[in-house]
Structure formats: structure tokens, C-alpha cells
Design a protein around this ligand. Structure first.
Ligand code: ADP
Length: 302
């Protein structure tokens, strides 16, 4: 089962500090870490770990050695032929400072992600054509997202749109989306309501076929405009929720691609999301298929 991920690739530079720097202040970090992130890359790695064949369409910058990231993703077993290396740019990055209490400041520079153009997607369209599902997020230019969902529909490839980070979408995009997966904040941003059912039904009216709202530690809500399903989260000891949504989205694609029914797919995705919260970091925390399966077994027989 093949999944094409069209999305962002980032490097996260995280400095641990006693106290966040104030305006004009310099503080010395006690720890520093560079890790691979970006919702696109996270979802690609997650889908691969959950058992799919994955191809990534994205962009990295040459100025900071983005080729190393491409190598790493390739070593993870991902088809990287659709990743553009931009000569005069750096890879998208997030500069994060975290204090002792976990409060943070984040500056994101999109870098090469902003160079991912419709033209590049056009050149890579065979990758999309060969996939069962295309997964997209909103960390690349919106016109590129729009172009990629249209191409996907042309080829009858199912589209999952994870509308994160939240921003308003062009109205004409919705009819090309099979499944949209906002969290609660994103749902409100897209629809103007905090009511989950009402928000989901607005998205259905706009032309999306299925809506899955992720609800953090409460699980998720699904509707196709007729059926409504609420699946409670599985109970875990959550320590860091980074990338839970990324694992969830990848898991939905993998499960539906394997023809699981929607109930089973939601349970599978809830487990993948929950397991991600039990480990620190983004890609380091994404679970493997085996971990999800053994957790599921314990749920049934435990
Ligand atoms: P995002 O990370 O995009 O904000 P959510 O926080 O809604 O998304 O999390 C995505 C999914 O991960 C949830 O639908 C749920 O299945 C799982 N999840 C997240 N946080 C927890 C938690 N504390 N306990 C159990 N499952 C969780």
C-alpha cells in the first residue's frame, strides 16, 4: 500500500534554558539538540513505520546541508526522489527555546518549504498517481497544496488534508478533499465555531467527504455527514504530545489503505497518536507497527 506525503521538512534547533531570554538579553543554554521535523517529514516517517510504502514530495535547502536529511529519510526506507534540493536556501527550521517549566518560544523560518511550487508537483505527479493516498498539511505554500489535491483527484487518489498549522483555506479546495483532520483549534479556525459537531458539519457542507476531529486526550470524532462515531483515546502516560497528530494522520492513511473499516481505523490511529505522547520529541517518538499491534492486543485481552 503506497502513500505519497506532500509537505514540509524542517530542522528543529532546541535550546534548553533556565529562563527564556527577555528583549535584549542573552542567556546561555544548558542543552542543545538538532532534530528532524516538519509535519510532512514526520507523517512520512510515521506512515513508513506503520507499514506503508512511502514517497515524500518536499524541499530542503543546500545552504545548511539539506542533502543529509534526504539521505536520512532514504535510510528510513522512504522514496526521496520527489524531494527538491534548493541551491540558495536553507532547510525550513524552527528555533525553539524551552525553559525549566516547559514554556517555550518558537521562531519558524520556512526556508526551502516555501520553494515547493505547483511546477515541482507537476513534475512529480507520477509519484502521486502511483499512491493509494496523498497526505498533505499546511506548512508549504497554499497554492501548492491546492494544486496537489487537484492532481490527486484527477488520478483518483484519496486525499487526506491535515489543516495544520491552522489557517483559512480557499473555498474551492474542500471539494477535492476526501478526509480532513483538524484538531479542535484548527476546526474553530476553519469554521468559526467551537462546537465540534457543528464545525464538522460545516466542513461536510463545504464539500469534504469525511471529517475526523482529533481531540487530544479525549480521542477523536468522525462524521461523513450521515454516520457519527466518537472513539475515546486509549489511556497512556503522556509526557510530550509533539507529533501525536502526525502519527494519527499517518495511521488513518495506513489503516484505510489496508481496507480496515472506519471504526478499526480510528482505534488504530488513536493508539498510534497515544503511543507518540509517551516519548519525548517528534520523529524519535513515532511508533512502529509492532508497538501499535501489541498495544491493541493488550486492549482486547488485557
Ligand atoms: P495535534 O497533535 O495535531 O494537536 P491531538 O492533540 O488532537 O492532535 O492528538 C492527536 C491524537 O493523538 C488524538 O486524537 C489522540 O488519539 C492521541 N492523543 C493525543 N494526546 C493524547 C493523550 N494525552 N492520551 C492519549 N491519546 C492522546
Amino acid at each position: 500500500m503506497k502513500i505519497a506525503v506532500v509537505g514540509s521538512i524542517n530542522k528543529d534547533y532546541t535550546a534548553q534554558v533556565d529562563k527564556l531570554p527577555q528583549k535584549g538579553e542573552t542567556v546561555i543554554a544548558s542543552n542543545y539538540k538538532i532534530s528532524l521535523g516538519g509535519k510532512g517529514a514526520n507523517q512520512a516517517v510515521a506512515a513508513k513505520r506503520l507499514g506503508a510504502e512511502v514517497a515524500m514530495i518536499g524541499a530542503v535547502g543546500k545552504l545548511d546541508g539539506g542533502q543529509d536529511i534526504v539521505k536520512k529519510l532514504e535510510n528510513d526506507g522512504i522514496d526521496v526522489s520527489g524531494i527538491l534540493i534548493v541551491d540558495d536556501e536553507v532547510t525550513g527550521n524552527a528555533m525553539i527555546t524551552v525553559d525549566e517549566k516547559g514554556a517555550n518560544t518558537i521562531v519558524v523560518y520556512p526556508g526551502a518549504n516555501n520553494k515547493l511550487s505547483p511546477l515541482w508537483i507537476e513534475k512529480q505527479k507520477e509519484i502521486i498517481r502511483n499512491a493509494h493516498f496523498a497526505i498533505l498539511q499546511l506548512e508549504i505554500p497554499i497554492e501548492t497544496v491546492e494544486f496537489a489535491v487537484k492532481i490527486s483527484k484527477e488520478y483518483n487518489v484519496k486525499v487526506i488534508l491535515n489543516p495544520a498549522p491552522a489557517k483559512k483555506l480557499p473555498e474551492e479546495i474542500y471539494e477535492y478533499v476526501d478526509i480532513i483532520t483538524p484538531n479542535e483549534v484548527e476546526l474553530t479556525q476553519l469554521t468559526g465555531t467551537e462546537d465540534i459537531k457543528e464545525g464538522a458539519s460545516i466542513l461536510i457542507q463545504k464539500g469534504v467527504k469525511e471529517v475526523i476531529v482529533t481531540l487530544g486526550e479525549r480521542g477523536c470524532y468522525y462524521t461523513d455527514g450521515i454516520r457519527e462515531i466518537f472513539v475515546e483515546a486509549v489511556r497512556v502516560k503522556a509526557i510530550d504530545t509533539t507529533a501525536a497528530g502526525d502519527a494519527f494522520n499517518a495511521a488513518i492513511a495506513v489503516a484505510l489503505g489496508e481496507k480496515m473499516d472506519i471504526n478499526s481505523a480510528l482505534i488504530f490511529a488513536n493508539i498510534a497518536g497515544a503511543l507518540t505522547t509517551t516519548k519525548m520529541g517528534a520523529q524519535d517518538a513515532l511508533p512502529f507497527r509492532q508497538e501499535v499491534e501489541s498495544f491493541k492486543k493488550n486492549l482486547v485481552f488485557g
